[in-house]
Structures are given as structure tokens and as C-alpha cells.
Write a protein that binds this ligand. Structure first.
Ligand code: MG
Length: 502
């Protein structure tokens, strides 16, 4: 009896996914290829398409169709994969129906215009030109929180869009735990007598040679370049339109090949997740990623647990030396390992080491939460940013380009997104600890460039199940226990005690 309605629902969902893929393609194009003057025209096209998608989502309940299916799900008459499809679609629909089409279009137009202005402001170190756009976005995000509804903080309503089931209070508590570990640990590292010289890996690296090396790594770790691409953008990101069409971007510095490589491996972690989704379920929640925190766990696991490990570089370092004999021929693997893992409080989040990274997130979380809760104003951000950087990392911020303007998120309306980065770090450490237990010869495999065991483990436990489990259920299912920051702390403690002789 539920066969036909489910079939109709799936068809409608696939159509929405095609449209969403086109929207994401426009966004990718905007960041990678679009001529500067096209900004306003693109914003219009973007808003138009966003409006169509919004109305398609609302139309999922035409004739009470979705409500009916949800009732069947609630009474246990639909379960398994179909149950996941119905329940997750209901969640999306329920949030969407609270947002009027006029609001969705206004937000899309505002964001699209703000992106270009943010990029210009960042280049010119001019926060003032971005400010009116930021003020408008904050106003709209507050409005969104009111429309969606919340119990304790309006920030909850925004956080829920990215990490369902986690509220502001829970996240604050986890951050406090992390801070209690990180601050004294960072102090011990700073007092260490081990001195690392990062300038030794700087040199002149031709762009095309960097691209070749980045693609060599992608290929080796299992990212399918025939089902994806690597391009350059101001802010590295990844976008999956379909498991067979996954776009990654990185950014290049002429004097630092490790700069582009770090971003590439990070984005590849995201991309491998997208490529690993079950293609036969395309369009439905069974082929969607669990949450942004779980997504980020995939990128961080590849970037840090694997990409900054000894076995990984046992395999890749000779290749790096071969590709760029200057400067690497004169640097021993042991020194190289220290350099790539150097802990140094710094200005830019995306370049931060594993120890200081979460302090960057705490700063952003506090600012955006206070903005949304109306405790501070957008115009105060540059000064607040400077004060918090001083307080948490003991760093002076020389310009807004290197400060409050560095991240794309606020110009893109992504309030509530930053906390998912910290969740990603915590999930990654817990997943990797389990993977090491499950695969006893893991290090040996990685050291010979065999990443298939890693991919298989990730596919089986995380990628192939789509949105079947919530983030917290997935963590329990995969690791046997609830999310516990101790795995992250232990990982840092072990790795950095050795590097810094603590
Ligand atoms: Mg990421």
C-alpha cells in the first residue's frame, strides 16, 4: 500500500537533487571561473533557482502526500531504507515550509552579492565595504532563526541546519572541555626546547608542477579524477554534485608546495566521502552525507591522522624529493615530519596546526553566537577579533584581511557552521582510533601507498550508509561508544609529546 507513494516521493526527490546539483555547479563556477562583472547576473539566476527548489520541496507534500507517509513512518508501517527517506525528507520539508519563498530568495540574492564584495574587501583589506552586506546577512539569519523556531537560543536554530541534534549549550560544554586540555598543553609545547625551522621547506615551486604533485597524491589515495576535478579558488572547498562528479579546489603559493597540498588532502577527504555515497540511491537521503561534522571528520582524518603521519610520508616523501629536489633533497624525513607538524599559534584558521585549530573555532563560535543573540553588532567585529586573538593565541592581528575577513562563511550566510569543524576533529580522532584497532597492519599498508584498506573501512562504516544514522548514532555504531573528546586529546598528547619531547 505504501509502494506507490514512496515511488512518487523518490522521483520528486531525484528531481530536486538534479536542481540542487545545478545550483551547486553555479556556485562552484562562481568561485572558480566566473568573470567579476557577472556577479549581479549570477545572483539573480541563483536566487531564481533557489526559489524553484524551495517550491519543489514544499510540493513534496502536495495532496498531503508527505504528511501521510510520515504518519505511516511514525506508526512503524514504513521502516528500513524507506523509513530513512521519509523521516529525513520530512525534516527538510518541515524546516523549509517555515521559510516563505520571498525570504529564501532575498537571502540567496543577498548572499550571492555579498560573496563578491567579501572577496574584494579581503583583497583590499577594507572591512567597511563588506559591513553593510554583513549587517543584512545577520539580520536575515536572525529572522531565519525566528521563523524556524528554537527553545533556548536563536543560534540553536542555525546550528541545527548543519549538526542536527546538537544545541548551543552542549557545544559550549564540549568546547570548555577542549579548552581545559588545549590551553595548558599548548603552554607546555611553547616551553619546549625543541626548535623547528619551517622556512627550510620554502622554495620556488612552479604552479604546473604543484598541480601535477597534488594530482599524484589524489590519485594514489583513491580520489577518482575521472569522477572529479581539482581547481583553484580563493577559499578551498569541495562540492559533490553526484558520486561521479565531485569538485575539489585548493589554493597555491609559489613559495610553498605544502600549502596547496594540505588543502588538497583535506578537500579530498570530503571528496572521497561524496564519491563513496551509494550511487544507486542518488537523490534520496540514503545517498546523502550525515552532517557537516561527520563530513569534516572525513577531511580531517585524511589531512591530519593520515596526511601528517610518518607512514604516509614514508611513501610520499621520496616522491616529493624527486619532484622538488630543491629544497627537499637537503631535508631528512625526520626533520620534514617535525616541520609539517609544527605547532605555532597563527593568524589563519585553515593553516592552523592541530593543537591551536580549535581555539580559532572557539573565537568564531563566540562571535557569531553573540551576533545572532544580539549581544554585539557587526561593526564591532574587527576589534573583537583582535582582542580574542590576543587572548586565546597571544597574537596581534595586523590587518582585517588576515583577521575577520579571512573566512568565506559569514559572507555566505553560514552561521552555525564553524562548530562543525571542531566536531569533525573529535569524530576523526575517535574513528581513527577504531580504524587502527580494526586494521592491525594499517601503518604498514599506508607506508607502501596502499590506501584501499582505509577507503574500504570508511566506505563500509560511514560512506555507504548515507543518512541512515544521525551523527551521534553513527559514532556509537562505528566505535561502540558515544562521542568522547578523550580520543582527540590522547591523539594530540601522544603525537606532540614525542615531537616536542614533553
Ligand atoms: Mg572542510
Amino acid at each position: 500500500m505504501t509502494e506507490i507513494p514512496i515511488k512518487i516521493l523518490k522521483e520528486r526527490l531525484v528531481e530536486i537533487s538534479h536542481l540542487t546539483s545545478i545550483l551547486n555547479l553555479l556556485e562552484w563556477d562562481q568561485e572558480v571561473n566566473m568573470p567579476r562583472k557577472a556577479g549581479d547576473a549570477r545572483a539573480e539566476a541563483f536566487a531564481h533557482l533557489a526559489g524553484i527548489i524551495h517550491s519543489k520541496i514544499l510540493a513534496l507534500n502536495e495532496g498531503g502526500h508527505l504528511v501521510q507517509l510520515k504518519k505511516l513512518f511514525d506508526s512503524g508501517k514504513i521502516s528500513g531504507g524507506n523509513g530513512v527517506i521519509v523521516n529525513e525528507t520530512w525534516r527538510t520539508y518541515d524546516r523549509e515550509k517555515k521559510l516563505p519563498a520571498s525570504f529564501v530568495q532575498e537571502l540567496a540574492t543577498t548572499i550571492s552579492k555579498a560573496q563578491g564584495v567579501w572577496a574584494e574587501a579581503r583583497t583590499k583589506n577594507d572591512f567597511a565595504i563588506f559591513l553593510p552586506h554583513l549587517e543584512k546577512i545577520v539580520k536575515l539569519k536572525k529572522q531565519e532563526a525566528e521563523l524556524v523556531g528554537y527553545t533556548a537560543s536563536p543560534y540553536d536554530a542555525l546550528l541545527d541546519a548543519y549538526e542536527p541534534g546538537i544545541d548551543t549549550a552542549t557545544f559550549s560544554a564540549i568546547l570548555l572541555d577542549l579548552k581545559e586540555f588545549l590551553v595548558p598543553f599548548l603552554k607546555r609545547i611553547k616551553e619546549s626546547t625543541v626548535k623547528i625551522k619551517p622556512e627550510r621547506v620554502k622554495g620556488r615551486f612552479k604552479l604546473h608542477q604543484q598541480i601535477i604533485f597534488n594530482e599524484l597524491v589524489l590519485n594514489q589515495i583513491g580520489f577518482d579524477l575521472e569522477a572529479g576535478r581539482l581547481d583553484a579558488s580563493v577559499h578551498p572547498f569541495s562540492s559533490g554534485f553526484h558520486p561521479y562528479d565531485v569538485r575539489l579546489t585548493t589554493r597555491y603559493k609559489e613559495n610553498d608546495v605544502l600549502y596547496s597540498l594540505g588543502s588538497t588532502i583535506h578537500e579530498a577527504g570530503h571528496g572521497l566521502y561524496e564519491q563513496g555515497l551509494p550511487v544507486e540511491h542518488f537523490g534520496t537521503p540514503l545517498a546523502e552525507t550525515v552532517s557537516l561534522g561527520i563530513h569534516e571528520s572525513q577531511s580531517r582524518l585524511w589531512e591530519n591522522q593520515i596526511g601528517k603521519s610518518r607512514p604516509f610520508w614514508k611513501f610520499f616523501y621520496p616522491k616529493l624529493q624527486q619532484a622538488f629536489s630543491k629544497p627537499f633533497q637537503n631535508i631528512l624525513p625526520a626533520e620534514f615530519y617535525q616541520i609539517i607538524n609544527r605547532v605555532q599559534p597563527s593568524l589563519i584558521r585553515t593553516e592552523a596546526d592541530e593543537v591551536t585549530y580549535n581555539l580559532h573555532i572557539i573565537l568564531r563560535f563566540e562571535i557569531e553566537k553573540d551576533l545572532i543573540e544580539g549581544k554585539i553588532k557587526a561593526k564591532d567585529l574587527p576589534a573583537l577579533w583582535r582582542a580574542k586573538m590576543k587572548e586565546y593565541l597571544d597574537i596581534e592581528v595586523p590587518s582585517d584581511t588576515l583577521g575577520v575577513l579571512q573566512d568565506v562563511h559569514w559572507s555566505a550566510g553560514l552561521f552555525g557552521y564553524f562548530p562543525t569543524y571542531s566536531f569533525g576533529n573529535l569524530y576523526a580522532a575517535q574513528f581513527y582510533a577504531k580504524m587502527e584497532k580494526d586494521i592491525p597492519n594499517l601503518d604498514r599498508k599506508i607506508a607502501i601507498g596502499d590506501f584501499t584498506v582505509v577507503i574500504e573501512w570508511l566506505r563500509r562504516h560511514i560512506h555507504l550508509t548515507g543518512k541512515t544514522d544521525t551523527a551521534s548514532d553513527l559514532v556509537k555504531k562505528v566505535t561502540g561508544e558515544a562521542l568522547d573528546p578523550k580520543y582527540f586529546n590522547q591523539y594530540l598528547e601522544e603525537k606532540y609529546s614525542e615531537i616536542y619531547n614533553l
